[in-house]
Design a protein around this ligand. Sequence first.
Ligand SMILES: Cc1cc2nc3c(=O)[nH]c(=O)nc-3n(C[C@H](O)[C@H](O)[C@H](O)COP(=O)(O)OP(=O)(O)OC[C@H]3O[C@@H](n4cnc5c(N)ncnc54)[C@H](O)[C@@H]3O)c2cc1C
Length: 353
Amino acid sequence: MPHIVVLGAGVIGLSSALWIQAEGHAVTIVARDFPNGSETVDAASQINYTSPWGGAHNRLVPPTTAPEEREHAMSLRTFDHMRAVHKRYPEAGITFMKGIEYLEAPSEAYRALTVEKATKQLKMQGFRLLRNEELPKGVTWGCEYDTWCVNPMVYCSFLLRRFAILGGKVLKREVRDPREIFNWKFEAGPVDTLINASGNGFGDENMFITRGQTCLVANPCPATITRQNADGSWTFSVPRNFDGGTIIGGTKEPNNWDPNPSPQVRETLLRNFAATYPQILGAEGKFTVMKDIVGRRPTRKGGMRLKTESVEGNKCIIHAYGLGGRGYELSWGVADQVAGLLTEHIPPRSSKL
Ligand SMILES: Cc1cc2nc3c(=O)[nH]c(=O)nc-3n(C[C@H](O)[C@H](O)[C@H](O)COP(=O)(O)OP(=O)(O)OC[C@H]3O[C@@H](n4cnc5c(N)ncnc54)[C@H](O)[C@@H]3O)c2cc1C
């Protein structure tokens, strides 16, 4: 049986590992970091492992270019697979709910959205334009649609457990270069195909980080709500459920390496969200803050790298990294494409998907 190594145990590595495992391959995940309960994690020590710090919700991003169209297709693939996983495994950490978008200064792509276009062309389910009286002060355009959120710790741990119970192997190691893995000895046999799901790649000069500061509060929120302000700033909520509280975000700061949350930013995020959606404050009229979070979105100029590279004769690396702020939203779409690239190298043995 062909033995494939997936380098990385973030949402991209875990989804890809499960997908190719279902096609009948023996798979080992090699990674420095693995999912575990957020309550026990020293956040600063795992700041370069992005998946625990993602929101993570799925949002409508109306596509206007060919790469955006491709991402939209991947988000739909992910949506369908999330539905199937949620139905079969209610404990997986996935919740389906309404996604609400508020925009102060919508671009043409948003303004052109009609129910017909959103439903038929973009395949968004439950889409509805909001009426003026439903919009918060300062917002000029809004919509809602059916979407999903995950509690990242619950969800990623679930993916890892599924992988292990289906026979997948894991190895906690840090590597300097993915190519070193081709020389390792594994119980499952030698490796000639490696999936590089390391988030940031290795020395890719197009990679940079986009810092995000969020605040985790205990207040429940019934929908994922995103507000894009006219000055380019954002405010959003991502309910995590499964006792995970609600994430209030967020900042998007390219090349900002500061690992420390700013108390002023926390105050601004909470104030802005409460102004947009005062119901979040509940009967007590206040937020119950659990913790501040700083994460680093693995962003790539020109978009994600999803490509096969031949190395040393007939060995190959399939790169799947640089997902920026959309790793969860596109995860199963990426996994499907990784499996497609793998098929060009090694045909699938079966399909249990
Ligand atoms: C504040 C914030 C909010 C976000 N909100 C959302 C959202 O709402 N929706 C959404 O879709 N996305 C969101 N994201 C983005 C999302 O979290 C990322 O796109 C996603 O987690 C990237 O996953 P990944 O698997 O590519 O990388 P990672 O999660 O970083 O995983 C990388 C893996 O590779 C391993 N690795 C790396 N280098 C080495 C090495 N040298 N040796 C061994 N192992 C190595 C790591 O240990 C880890 O296991 C958000 C991110 C942030 C920071």
